[in-house]
Design a protein around this ligand. Structure first.
Ligand SMILES: *Cc1c(COP(=O)(O)O)cnc(C)c1O
Length: 457
């Protein structure tokens, strides 16, 4: 098929949308290590998890054998409001760069939450509702997850309590108002509402918070309230499972035009969009059917894959969650306050951690000023104002496309454009004013975070 026959946007028909999520663990030869109960250090059972998580989601979390989970009709119908998402051929960007590379991006920003998070929010809210719960609690960092969850909860008539990392709560008042418009209650974290919040405030007065603290507060609130469970927007295997809708659609769109990517790039915070995007491609790679370069991009200020350690760690600062084996900077690691975007989590999803450990995936870290420069370059030719998180992937896609210009190779690059940046104008303003700075933790700071790791195995 010649290039000109490929449209700017490859859309799937509704009837071509995937009807099942794909569980990559089923095909992994080295399975991710199990979650451990922090008290007994034995693998977490469904029973152990039941006070915190919804039943159906626990099944998904613990299942590393079933390859496909059918998407319930109610969720599939909700997906149709904003999916299938387009796979865009970045002709304008290619032209501007004068690169022989062919660049595609999967755009997940076409919904009010402004990101891919809604794909999992609706699934998690649906299972909570089906279990007959009153509501859910959660944390949010940059705010996309809280927004997505409040949208899903209001659609299904569930109560939604959001603990929002304090620095985001202050920097992004409009995010907060979107959540409240959808009926959620929003509390800045750390707060005085929970025991763990009060403890953290006592130890670190004036702290601007972290995802790890907010998770602890949300878990405590869920376990103390009757008819509530805790839900999480990233990191967990169930979230990665729901996000495979991204990769399955991407693969279906590429297959329509017989396009085989050489390089697949995604930003990595807790790993859900990246894991979802790469899942069907990684399947082929693991089975030896195809070979792809797969690149995770993380911020230099929170470099869990590139500078962290592969070990069991707590998922949260308050150490109330299960222990998870992952690449981590330590649950006490709090990224520098000058860090503007999301992607602030200290650890990484266990599936991606195992894949990276097995050499099936690469990782690079990028500095935030170069990330915003890439965002600007992209916005000016492709039109979309990207989220700072997504712009980490843009930065590396641009680098790879520029390399192709030097070598003359016409590689096919696919990256995940996870969302839009309309609520990140404070950070864009700092970039435009030239006051945005880079912060790279010293080896001592990384050491300090890792010294707090629990001693297991
Ligand atoms: C939350 C978020 C991310 C990072 O989360 P992952 O779980 O790593 O995907 C990336 N981009 C956007 C727009 C987000 O909202």
């Amino acid at each position: 098929m010649t290039e000109k026959t490929i449209p700017y946007k490859i859309y799937l028909e509704e009837s071509e949308m995937p009807t099942a999520w794909y569980n990559l663990r089923a095909d992994m030869i080295n399975k991710p290590a199990p979650l451990l109960n922090p008290d007994t250090l034995k693998p977490m059972t469904a029973e152990d998890l039941a006070p915190v998580f919804c039943e159906e989601l626990i099944k998904q979390e613990l299942d590393d054998q079933t390859p496909y989970f059918e998407i319930p009709k109610e969720i599939h119908d909700f997906y149709k409001m904003y999916r299938p998402a387009p796979l865009v051929r970045a002709y304008c960007l290619e032209e501007k760069l004068q690169t022989p590379a062919k660049i595609y991006y999967k755009f997940e920003g076409n919904n009010t939450s402004g990101s891919h998070k809604l794909n999992s929010a609706i699934a998690q809210a649906y299972y909570a509702k089906k279990q007959g719960l009153k509501g859910v609690t959660t944390e949010t960092g940059a705010g996309q997850w809280g927004t997505a969850l409040s949208m899903a909860c209001s659609y299904l008539g569930l109560d939604c309590k959001v603990f929002m990392v304090k620095c985001s709560y202050e920097q992004k008042p409009f995010r907060r108002e979107v959540m409240r418009t959808y009926g959620a209650s929003v509390t800045p974290s750390p707060s005085m509402e929970t025991e763990v919040g009060r403890k953290i405030l006592e130890k670190h007065p004036g702290t601007t918070g972290s995802l790890g603290c907010a998770i602890s507060e949300a878990v405590e609130a869920a376990t103390n309230l009757d008819g509530y469970r805790y839900v999480l927007g990233s990191v967990l295997n169930q979230v990665l499972l729901h996000q495979t809708i991204i990769g399955l659609e991407t693969k279906a769109a590429l297959d329509k035009y017989d396009i085989i990517p050489d390089i697949i790039i995604g930003c990595a915070g807790g790993g859900s969009n990246l894991g979802g995007l790469i899942a069907p491609f990684m399947r082929e790679k693991i089975r030896g059917e195809k070979d792809y370069r797969i690149i995770a991009v993380e911020p230099a200020s929170c470099p869990s894959l590139t500078r962290g350690t592969y070990a069991y760690d707590y998922c949260d600062t308050g150490m109330v969650c299960p222990l998870s084996k992952m690449y981590t900077l330590g649950s006490n690691y709090i990224p520098a306050a000058n860090h503007a975007g999301g992607l602030r989590y200290h650890g990484m999803n266990p599936i991606l951690s195992q894949l990276y450990h097995d050499g099936l995936m690469e990782a690079v870290s990028v500095k935030q000023t170069e990330v915003f420069a890439a965002a600007q370059e992209f916005a000016r030719v492709e039109g979309i104002l990207p989220a700072p998180e997504s712009s980490h992937a843009i930065k590396v896609a641009l680098d790879e496309a520029k390399k192709c210009k030097e070598t003359g190779e016409a590689k096919t690059i696919v990256f995940g454009l996870t969302g839009t940046g309309y609520f990140d104008m404070y950070a864009y303003q700092k970039f435009n004013d030239g006051t945005l700075t880079d912060y790279i933790p010293t080896d001592e700071e990384i050491e300090k975070g890792l010294s707090g790791l629990p001693q297991i195995g």
